[in-house]
Design a protein around this ligand. Structure first.
Ligand code: NAD
Length: 354
């Protein structure tokens, strides 16, 4: 932390959190235009950790709804990865393209510092490692930095490895073998995680069908991994073993599930189920769904090592392979009870939290 930086004057107050949540805190700073919220859902496993999202929410109620929903999600994700961290999240209200300045991020850092380590922030949508470097000038309760002794950098390759291991575990559970030779994986989204995953799957002998709205990305996957390219509209309709959503959330709608011709869904995207009924729909169609917050936990494992100041790579590997172990526990329990895996996963994690 750079002590030479003077902290801006902030107005910080506690708001009433939703029932079952630990805290909701609001900060405003007239000088920089900062208007931010931190939601701490749970501190039961350790300090709360979760990224900071900057978005131009139309109404404060929308920002509160989003930050609390995401904060609760982080409690589950952190516990699924067996990390000694609780769940939290922050949002900065504003347009990241026009309203984000180093001063604003420093003021946000001062807000985080005020929480004295109950919440650690990192980047999320609309916020970059450079922004986090500005945040780090006014607080040490920040991760996702590019430089520094425990800096964890881009978490995407670690996330992709977690998805890869969970995908193999899902095949093993469903087919009795995790061998990817001759298996076809349909990947939606070839960004930071999707492209890295595509490389691992290709290396392991899988055939790939890919789609992305970014032409360059699909051409890369075609050239490097021999992937078959289909349009974003067609990816759901492919004859494949696995559908791997690695673009955006909410993709598993009733219509999408109707279209799917796969036996398994395993991917990196957050909040894949459009709503809870879609988890049941997948089950009714005989598609085994690997709950997203278990599968994509590699990213938070990476960030956690920075927060917990752990440099031993075996810790990373053990937590990532632990994701596949947790997933198998969910599948076994789901089979025993006949319930869909997304519900079983929530209950398993709630037992860990209790
Ligand atoms: P990214 O922005 O790098 O990649 C997303 C890709 O999806 C882009 O290439 C984009 O062009 C593509 N895309 C967008 N809309 C599409 C559409 N309709 N059809 C096909 N492709 C489309 O993001 P990322 O970091 O690779 O993350 C992917 C997903 O995984 C996101 O949902 C993210 O929240 C989640 N996730 C990422 C991490 C991580 O470590 N990066 C960790 C946990 C969860």
């Amino acid at each position: 932390m750079n002590q030479a930086v003077t902290k801006p004057t902030l107005s910080i107050r506690d708001l009433k959190p939703r029932e079952g949540y630990a805290r909701l805190i609001e900060a405003k700073d007239e000088k920089t235009g900062l208007h931010a919220l931190v939601s701490i859902h749970s501190l039961s496993r350790g300090p709360a950790a979760g990224g900071c999202r900057m978005f131009n929410y139309g109404r404060i109620e929308d920002a509160i709804y989003d930050v609390e929903r995401l904060s609760r999600g982080m409690t589950y994700k952190n516990a699924a990865a067996e990390l000694p961290l609780g769940g939290g999240k922050s949002v900065i209200i504003g347009d990241p393209k026009t309203q984000k300045t180093p001063e604003l991020m420093r003021a946000f850092g001062a807000f985080i510092d005020h929480l004295a380590g109950d919440y650690y922030t990192a980047e999320d949508v609309g916020v970059s490692p450079q922004d986090m470097a500005n945040v780090a000038e006014t607080t040490r309760f920040v991760a996702g930095l590019d430089g520094g002794e425990f800096a964890s950098g881009d978490p995407s390759p670690v996330t992709a490895r977690g998805v890869f291991l969970c995908l193999k575990q899902t095949l093993k559970h469903g087919l009795g073998t995790e061998d990817l030779t001759g298996k076809t994986i349909a990947i939606q989204g070839l960004g930071h995680v999707g492209m890295s995953l595509a490389g691992m799957l290709h290396e392991a002998g899988a055939s790939l069908i890919v789609s992305d709205i970014n032409e360059e990305a699909v051409l890369t996957a075609k050239a490097e991994f021999g992937a078959k390219v289909v349009s974003p509209d067609e990816i759901l309709y492919q004859d494949a073993d696995v559908f791997a959503p690695c673009a955006m959330g909410g993709v598993l709608t009733a219509e999408a599930i109707e279209a799917l011709k796969v036996r398994f869904v395993v991917g990196a995207a957050n909040n894949q189920l459009a709503d809870d009924s879609c988890g049941q729909r997948l089950q009714d169609k005989g598609i085994l769904y690997a709950p997203d917050y278990i599968v994509n936990g590699g990213g938070i494992v990476n960030v956690a090592m920075e927060i917990l100041k752990i440099s031993d790579p075996t810790y990373r590997e053990s937590r990532i392979s632990g994701l596949a172990t947790t997933l198998e526990q969910v599948f076994v329990r789901a089979e025993e009870t006949g319930e869909p895996p997304h519900l079983v996963a929530d209950r398993l994690i709630e037992r860990r939290l209790a």
